[in-house]
Design a protein. Structure first.
Length: 502
């Protein structure tokens, strides 16, 4: 039986591997699509995928609620309560799968009309059906067991499986594109690859957990089932609104541009979110066991670490993204991908999303869905309204404005909510972190201002990235030694102790 600390280390290491693979594959696949099928097809596939992702609204945030509900019975090894939650969850998600089938039918009928000037109805309809296969399977019989593994701090199993799936998907995409396969055949093969994921999760959970599928219960075991709506709605809106707005009010070419930039910043975001998701189960376990002092100490280091890592990663990203896009789209002539203002805004927006994660996951781990749902609805409305208004006037740059504004509001809300309702944590810690973040960004940008791309090649970009990375790391270390000497010393001591024990 692995300890909580070992599970956290294993979850963290596998999440890093998964995200590195995700970033690499997330750059390879769109590039292949753009070069072999064109920007419009890439935009079409991205747009369909986002519309299919909107079905997760029907999940109503129950996935996160299920995970929160499982922390306590898992800590107490209460098999009866675990079985009740799993059975209730499975029934709910099977209903979601049936609704998803109806939703797909609606997309098949109406979505092709939005792109009828570029693609015929039959082609678009079949593409929708093909892309939807793995999503349908996930809701029909896989998502409940995925939540169980996460709640039991066994996310490393999920990360390992998903890493293999990503590699297989990228390999299949490259091979099929090079041999000239039709895009529908290509997406069918990759959908079947991802179909393996829920099958593996289900098989593992049934083998390693003693779940009574015939258990009966009168009271609903998953509390706040419907209060998860606001949390999930905010997440879906933040991650999907931009593409939908561009599809309805702009062009598929702009969707493709957005997707290329998004692939870069989203890879960094996923690296951070995967790490924080693995930590959420640890925090949930501390809350379930009422280890208040342990939680406060853990969160203090966790908050500092996330602010430091996010600021370092996205400062480097902001400096390097335009030279990378210039090289990445060098052979593309149908659309101009070089948009400095959009690069800055999309990097800033994604960084803001990551900076709020420590506060958000404590709320989720504590199960405070009903209490915070109003703020989630306000955040979603802010994002939608600003994105629609500004996309009409500024095009693709407009959709990048709504996200940071909306997230700034809710991040501050979370900080004050944690102080009043969960941890009693003083807000000055947050504002000091923000001040430190700004200092690190400004100094890093000034210190790297003399570095430029010597030639338009990936080799030249790698050398540029190394120079920028080294300077930004040095700046980050110096600033943190000035403002957070105790945290730096504590982290260094932990690393040294682990090296000696190894």
């Amino acid at each position: 039986m692995l300890s909580r600390g070992k599970k956290l280390m294993l979850n963290t290491s596998t999440s890093v591997i998964y995200q590195v693979v995700s970033v690499v594959c997330g750059l390879i696949v769109p590039k292949i699509f753009i070069e072999y099928y064109g920007s419009a097809v890439n935009g079409l596939v991205s747009s369909i995928a986002q519309f299919l992702n909107f079905i997760t609204l029907l999940e109503l945030g129950v996935g996160a609620v299920v995970q929160s509900a499982l922390y306590k019975p898992l800590a107490q090894k209460n098999k009866t309560e675990i079985s009740k939650i799993i059975v209730s969850s499975e029934k709910f998600f099977k209903r979601i799968a049936y609704i998803f089938a109806v939703y797909i039918a609606g997309l098949v009928i109406f979505y092709p009309m939005t792109v009828k000037d570029q693609y015929d109805w039959g082609f678009t309809a079949v593409l929708i059906l093909v892309i939807s296969i793995s999503t349908f399977a996930q809701y029909y019989f896989g998502i409940t067991y995925q939540m169980l593994l996460n709640a039991d701090q066994c996310a490393y199993i999920q990360f390992t499986v998903q890493t293999v799936m990503l590699i297989l998907n990228a390999v299949a995409t490259v091979i099929m594109a090079v041999i000239g396969a039709d895009v529908i055949i290509l997406k069918l093969i990759t959908s079947l690859i991802f179909l393996l994921r829920p099958i593996i999760f289900t098989a593992y959970a049934k083998k390693h957990y003693d779940i009574d599928k015939k258990i009966k219960f009168n009271d609903e075991p998953i509390k706040q089932k419907w209060n998860g709506l606001a949390q999930h709605l905010a997440s879906v809106v933040l991650n999907s609104t931009d593409v939908v707005v561009l599809t309805l009010f702009s062009t598929l070419e702009n969707v493709s541009i957005y997707q290329v930039y998004h692939s870069v910043v989203n890879g960094i975001k996923l690296l951070v979110t995967t790490f924080t998701n693995s930590v959420q189960a640890t925090i949930g376990d501390m809350i379930a066991r009422e280890e208040h002092e342990t939680l406060d100490n853990f969160f203090s280091h966790f908050e500092w670490l996330i602010h430091t890592i996010v600021t370092l990663l996205f400062t480097c990203t902001g400096i390097l993204i335009l030279p990378f896009i210039q090289i990445y789209t060098a052979k593309v002539t149908d659309v101009n991908y070089y948009l400095p203002a959009f690069a800055v805004l999309t990097t800033l927006g994604t960084a803001c999303y990551c900076l709020r994660l420590p506060y958000n996951i404590v709320v989720l781990a504590a199960g405070h869905y009903k209490q915070t749902q109003t703020s989630a609805i306000i955040e979603a409305i802010i994002n939608i309204v600003i994105s629609v208004v500004f996309v009409i006037k500024f095009g693709i740059i407009g959709v990048a404005i709504g996200k940071p504004v909306a997230m700034l509001y809710r991040t501050i809300y979370f900080v004050f909510y944690l102080k009043k309702n969960i941890m009693g944590r003083k807000t000055r810690f947050f504002f000091l972190h923000c001040f430190t973040d700004i200092v690190m960004v400004l100094v890093s940008v000034l210190a790297t201002s003399f570095i430029s791309l010597s030639e338009v090649t990936f080799t030249a970009w790698i050398f540029m990235a190394i120079k920028v990375g080294v300077i930004c790391v040095v700046v980050t270390l110096v600033v943190n030694l000035l403002f957070y000497f105790k945290e730096v010393k504590s982290l260094s001591n932990k690393v040294l102790r682990r090296k000696k024990s190894a």
